[in-house]
Design a binder for this molecule. Structure first.
Ligand SMILES: Nc1ncnc2c1ncn2[C@@H]1O[C@H](COP(=O)(O)OP(=O)(O)OP(=O)(O)O)[C@@H](O)[C@H]1O
Ligand SMILES: [Mg+2]
Length: 246
């Protein structure tokens, strides 16, 4: 069953078509990679799916619900969380506070609580930090963390919304080889533990073929092919456009 369905989505920036009649189904429980060269439209596609921008044509449905009139936070509320290509944490706040704010935002939408914010969800935040291996960094400022750890923190922040589906835009970009390895292991574990559907973009083909159950190739805003890793690896057009260059 598809948890996410994109139908004939088109997005233009002025006269430039960044996403061109894209149709894509993401199966529930799958780990689905979107690959493609720089400027292929991967981030734009993620922005469409997470409600940051709206398509000029076509539709996006998440769990059968059309996202057309929904705001970003409402989409998060129904179970979709994302991270950004650039790090996106509050650098002056502690790691625990970063996660607490996310927990409060998520819960406030449901219950509107009035409680002491500094203690609010502290233990829940610690549990999430534990999950992303940041238990020892709870009281450190997020801005002081190494890059790889900031990305782990982002993951904890995303998980605070109790998502069913996680969108990760280049989760290992800018990481060292060691950081990439441990980060992928962590993402894999969390996806399994929480039973999440994962949609991600990634330039590192080792990472893509290491974890994806399905791969779609995007080129000039169009889906070239979608399939199992072996099928995509052997697809002549994919080889020509992309894999041969790496
Ligand atoms: N807000 C915008 N206004 C104008 N053009 C844009 C805008 N956002 C993206 N584009 C253009 O759309 C195309 C697709 O960009 P996008 O960021 O989606 O690519 P990408 O596949 O994520 O690339 P990368 O691998 O470098 O992250 C690019 O040519 C980009 O310059
Ligand atoms: Mg991008």
């Amino acid at each position: 069953m598809a948890i996410l369905e994109i139908q004939h989505a088109t997005k233009r920036f002025g006269g430039f078509t960044a996403i061109d009649q894209v149709s894509l189904a993401v199966e529930a429980g799958s780990t689905h990679a979107i690959i493609g060269p720089n400027g292929a439209g991967k981030t734009t596609l993620f922005n469409l799916v997470s409600g940051l921008i709206s398509p000029d044509e076509g539709s996006v449905r998440f769990q059968g619900i059309p996202l057309a009139k929904m705001k970003e936070h409402e989409i998060v509320q129904i179970g979709m969380a994302r991270s950004f290509q650039k790090v996106n944490v509050f650098p002056r706040s502690s790691c625990a506070e970063n996660v607490q704010v996310a927990l409060i935002a998520h819960t406030a939408l449901k219950y509107s609580p009035f409680r002491d914010a500094s203690k609010l969800f502290r233990s829940e935040a610690e549990a999430l930090l534990d999950l992303v291996n940041l238990q020892a960094d709870a009281d450190r400022r997020a801005g002081e963390l190494a890059y790889g750890k900031q990305k782990q923190l982002e993951l904890a922040v995303a998980l605070a919304a109790e998502p069913k589906m996680l969108l990760l835009d280049e989760p290992t970009a800018g990481m060292s080889i060691a950081e990439t390895k441990s980060s992928i292991k962590l993402i894999k574990e969390i996806v399994q533990k929480k039973g999440l559907t994962l949609l991600f973009t990634e330039h590192d083909m080792e990472v893509v073929f290491g974890i994806a159950t399905t791969i779609s190739m995007l080129h000039h805003g169009k889906i070239i092919t979608t399939g199992a890793p072996d099928d995509v690896r052997n697809n002549e057009e994919v080889k020509r456009i992309y894999l041969g260059k790496n």
